[in-house]
Unconditional design. Sequence first.
Length: 467
Amino acid sequence: PRPTPPSAQPSRATGLPSRDSFAPQPNRVVPGGRAQTPAVAIDPQEFRQGPSRREVHNDLELGKLRERAKLNTVLGEDGPRTRESALSQADLLLGGFHLHSKEKTDEGADITRDAEHVNSTKDTDPASTRHQMATEMVEANAALEQEALQSLSPTEQAQYLAVKEQLLAIQPEGDPVAALALQTLLLKGSLPGDEALGGGGTLLEQLNGLATQELGEGLDRGQLLSDVVQEVATPESIGQRNKGTCAATAVEIQLVKENPAEYVRLVSGLASPEGQVTLADGKTVIAREELGTDARGIIDDVRSESQELLAPALMEAANGGDLDYQDGTDTHYDGDGDKVHKGLTPSESDRLAEAVFGRKYDTMSGIDTSTEEAAAWDLIQERTAEGESVAVGIDWTGGGHKVVVTGTGVDEKTGEEYVEYTNPWGRTERMPKDEFLDRLNSVHTRAEEKEPPTLPPIFRRPTAFAG
């Protein structure tokens, strides 16, 4: 039986600070005696109202972009509009303007991309520069869009146009930002896309299904579809916002990068009247948690519709039946209703990843010595060089945190090695190698697929007998 949740959710201050705040959490002792530090939760009490510097900068930069531009010369190009220039312009609007590239975080990292929240009210506000610029870009891309559509079948073309029509029908005057994100997927060649891990169709088929399926009570189809399309087009825009779900959100980011159709399939299942869906492992069923635990009316403090559906369901799945996660308090409880911890431990993170991707995961934890750090660095470099992302646990200000490493490199100016990662706060950051290794406490990667040993000829069973 599920424990009775606390009667009241902690009050939340109205607003969002310049950075998220964390509260230290107690370690959890697991079998074997080793203590695991969970990736900890944001403390809602520490949120303070204040202006959003990102929004101010984005509006200023959009204005400059517009003045410089007339679109076809935004990138210093004259002549016919190309697919490459269209994608570059869309990336500036969807992914952020590298506004904080020279600003250090408290953890010693540079913020290189800071995507707008996918549920920003500016997306549907005809008076906002963001809305106006997206509208102009969508219209300017029309010829390229028609050309790209020719590579799709008639059925796929109809599905694409149906999704776009839904996005542009959002009140009061459509969501051109989401429509631009959809165009981006088409121009990149990401549509129709691969089949979802759990079956049920390609990325385009999954998006069309979300645009047309029956929804559960209390869900806004336009907002949900808009959120999902933008998250698929710009994975770094996926943000945990006011909840301590960094580990679950990191898994979502990895899933969108690897198989976006599966991401949409999971959201669609949770958004259905039944409110449940089976993960790729074929046995773990996740269910929709109670909606409405976010602070409504405070847009800077509210997750996207897709995150409100998916994050708490994945946090519950990570428990494996041992605990009960309550979204309202962002806390795990035991069978007696006592608080256990916030966030996820490394073992819970692996349990979740294995269920979501349907494959085994290995964890390197307790990384303390220089030898262990070198081994972890080599593993991260090896996997990212192969195009994989790697979830890692790091020591953060006041607790633990999960991020998704996407690559490593060397700074051209300083010669300093660095690691680049997606922070589940909705942005991309770059941290010096030494700082990163000092903070690193766990690395989570898919398990190596080991081939069966080859027996010497004397032990091989003959396939036929000689006459």
